[in-house]
Design a protein around this ligand. Sequence first.
Ligand SMILES: [Zn+2]
Ligand SMILES: [Zn+2]
Length: 479
Amino acid sequence: MIRPLLLVFIAASVSACSRPPEKQIVADAASALGGQSRILAVKTLVIDGEGTNGNLGQDMTMDAASQQFVVSGYKRSVDVVNLRARTEQTRTPNFAYFQGPQAQKQVLGIDGDVGYNIAPNGNATRVPNAVAKDRRAEIYHHPIKIVRAALDPEAKLENPRTAGNERVVDVTTSNGLKFTLATDAATNLPTRVVSMTDNTNLGDVAIETSFADYEDVGGLKLPKRLTTKTDKYQTAEIRVTRQAIDGETGDLTAPPAAASAPAIAAPPPATVTAEELAKGIWFLGGQSHHSVLVEFADHLTLIEAPQNDTRALAVIAKAKSLRPEKPLTQVINTHHHFDHSGGIRAAVAEGLTVITHKANAAFYQDAVARPHTIVPDALAKAPKPLTVTPVDEELELKDGTMTVNVYHVAGNPHADTMLMAHFPKEKILVEVDAYSPGSAVQPYAANLKENISRRGLKVDRVVPLHGTIVPYSELLKIQ
Ligand SMILES: [Zn+2]
Ligand SMILES: [Zn+2]
């Protein structure tokens, strides 16, 4: 009986000394951060700092990164045991922002499955499930939480590898969330955490948080710089000014108004109204983002496929129902901003040619080709290639019955890719974001007026794709 027992003992010793490589990466990271038992004892993280937020999908061009929100008063409180977190920050735009130049206070929270925002007036609202899911994943985008989760015997560790100066391991947490953890091959400190999510415009995207400038705090090492990207686009950089382990977080449970609100599993159903503005021109309104339908002798052209599949497919269906005998063949896209281009993939799935500023062509080629496996959309289910008609300064669409001129809104501080559509006979101007009737701040309207007068356009009515139709005199009143 002695010999088999001894063998078991020896086998156990060997496995304890030489762990499988995926466990070794995590064990080394835990040691570098301050030790497994210290990490497992952590209950909360409280991080104060300052930094910047990017303007993903809303900058001057898709690849521009000049627009930022300066972040001050950043405070992130995390309950690492109960998966609750709240970020409070004040953001000040460094660019001509549609809500004006003043600082905005944000409170963004997650409590289990319930994501919520708290407005400056104290009102809490529940955020869509997709946003809550990203905020839950964000809790793990910190060295202490990801290593703590990877140390859980219920976690699955896979695919250990070395890449450049990093050791990398894939982690599936005990509650089924998937992350990639990278550590510095020399120091063993975590360098990055990556998780995948769905983005309406970009499809399957990696959200990556990088860690740098570690400091000693309460027997652990914590990063003083955290940089987050969605795909290749930087969305946040936080420089920590003070941080504490097990500091006071306050109450991180979701406010009752958010916790009791129904979950938001999908975008709201689209309602599309149709109003004939002139012969062959319809305003397709309803909700926040409108479109316009234009009838030519042998085809139809849509102006704008906004937001997402839900909106864009409903607008396309309405357009087809108004003139079922003519094919809908084209969509004019006003600019690349994600809320105005979120339906481009749906339009391509419906076989439409995309008329857009030339600076968007490469981005839309990329957007149409990207995988959407996490949340398959209409185009993912029925892939089609993109056909683009690029616009430089102007494009005339004309036949015997209809003329519409598409113009670049040059120099507009809202977007470099901005187009407007002018109907010379009907004296109708279709534009968006450059002028939003009823908005308290109009930082882009002066440039729109310049573009209209420089081109000598005759305008009676402005048809904005946000808000209500107004006489041109209303635009002229804006200083
Ligand atoms: Zn815009
Ligand atoms: Zn807009």
